[in-house]
Design a protein around this ligand. Sequence first.
Ligand code: NDP
Ligand code: MG
Length: 387
Amino acid sequence: MKNKRRIAILGSTGSIGTQALEVISKYPDLFEVTVLAANNNVDLLIQQSFKFRPDTVVITNPDHYNTVSSALDPIDIKVYTGSESLCQVMEMETIDMVLIAMVGFSGLKPTISAINAGKAIALANKEVLVVAGQIVTELANKMRVALLPVDSEHSAIFQCLVGELSNPEKIYLTASGGPFRGMSIDSMYDVSVNQALKHPKWTMGDKITIDSATMMNKGLEVIEAKWLFNLKHEQIDILVHPESIVHSMVQFKDGSLKAQMGIADMRLPIQYAFSFPTRLESDYGRLDFHDLSSLTFEAPDRTAFPCIDLAYTAIAKGGNMPCILNAANEIAVSAFLNGKINFTSIPEVIEKCMSFSPFDPKPDYDSLLETDQFVRVKAMEYCKMQT
Ligand code: NDP
Ligand code: MG
């Protein structure tokens, strides 16, 4: 890599954001942080700002603006607040690449702003492509902006495709199966929030951890893969692979298969997106095949985990249906985390929202925003949450 890559991190206080900063500190000659953005975790954001000395910090929630701006007053950092500022900051000349590591629909507008400003995108926030895959990928093509996947399965597919001239015939997204693998839907009825938050392989933010427990995470990843790799949903298959060694696989038209493997560590896909097309040295640990007794694969249980079929239905229908699925899921997950609904009500809320929300076959950004807001209100009513 010739020049230092200047990176903006949206969601710097989260699981992906903090690991991204770890990567950046390992390679101070290659990467530099120019923007940090978060929503509520003021203490960590201030601490990160003193350590990494970005040009600009955005604390999206205006309630925290005074705290952050007075804490950063002694060092020369510009501080802004509000989601509009987050979008405007994307135009800064001192940004080469933006890591989108916020959660949910809130990542969409800043992603569009960053693409419009011609910045390379390292994308962790899968909901952006679930909600608006067509708009985002068309815009990225038009602006000749790279969309580099950070999600481990998509990074795996991306790595398998490097150097290939032909398109995949099929891809396999692997899944750990989550904490409830092997359980029936009836026995999942009264699982607790703590049980659902105990992921067997990864430590991640709460929303994606619950998505992994319902397996909606894999459904969202099917939609994400469709847009990233320009595939039909029929070409995307899910395999439960509890060891989480094979991060995903590509099958080519001659029947040959490529897999990307390694110890599960999110710093690798983050680092690969940051340094692409260069591969950097790392000391993250090595997989020793002599220690592996077996690698196992099984089909997911679609009856126990109805979220998988809901996601396939949404992508097959197209239009604003994946946006409906996503908004209902965001609310249902938050309702479950807040003790308002049972675990098995999550797919029920989503299914209801998908059945009655107005369908739009070719939504633009504004109609997606409208859909998102409409579904959130309805889903909250179902979950008996205050709107
Ligand atoms: P976390 O909940 O750990 O972190 C979310 C981050 O986004 C926090 O820094 C949070 O700030 C910030 N944030 C939320 N809303 C806003 C907003 N409106 N404006 C600015 N910042 C905001 O999530 P994860 O890191 O686990 O996940 C991030 C994304 O990456 C998700 O879409 C997830 O699906 C995806 N992903 C995550 C993986 C993982 O291993 N964690 C793996 C693959 C994909 P604050 O803390 O201040 O509230
Ligand atoms: Mg993933």
